[in-house]
Design a protein around this ligand. Sequence first.
Ligand code: DX5
Ligand code: ZN
Length: 220
Amino acid sequence: MKKLLAPSILSADFSNLSQQIRYAEMGGADLIHCDVMDGHFVPNISFGPLVVDAVKRSTSLPVDAHLMIESPEKYIEQFAQAGADFISVHVEEVVHLDRVVNMIKELNVKAGVVLNPATPLTVLDNVLSIVDFVLLMSVNPGFGGQSFIGYTLEKIKALDKIRQERNLNFLIEVDGGIDENNISNISDAGCDIFVAGSAVFKADNIVEAVTKLRNKILSE
Ligand code: DX5
Ligand code: ZN
């Protein structure tokens, strides 16, 4: 399975966003990850559909919208219209998970469900057969630049095992604290899509940072 690198613009310089996205693209990024935060579900505010629309118009890469917001079902259509190709919602927030996953898929968008580090995999049992991807948080969401929480590595391995046992083909995405030192281990654990914010956009050279991370997962 092809491994995909998804730089998160949360750590980008927003005064120069389209240029920064171009650098990420030049370095070999596969997706552009957009962290949408509402100050309620997470203790931070980032941006909404307007910025996702601007990202879409800055790149030919697929756009991955990670919704860290209350009642995400109310905004899914807006994010799809803004050009999101992947949309993920948190299981901790969504009461009618099956309904929301199907709502995303009906808009012809890849549907993902997200688990915070402490949320057990068992909540996914009944939706694994319908989701396109599962996003496992490896930090508590809300901020870029946090350290990877070690125990989530076992969670990635456990989810990969379930995927093999049940013969399913959803992708596993991992988000938070990924850098050039741990990305190979995360890849070995079964991750397919790697989100990296500060390791890309806080680097002196964004193109080189993306290429380095990309090469580590390519050589797997
Ligand atoms: C955390 C966000 C992440 C974050 C990743 O709430 O969902 O996508 O921006 O940033 P780094 O790679 O800096 O941990
Ligand atoms: Zn994210």
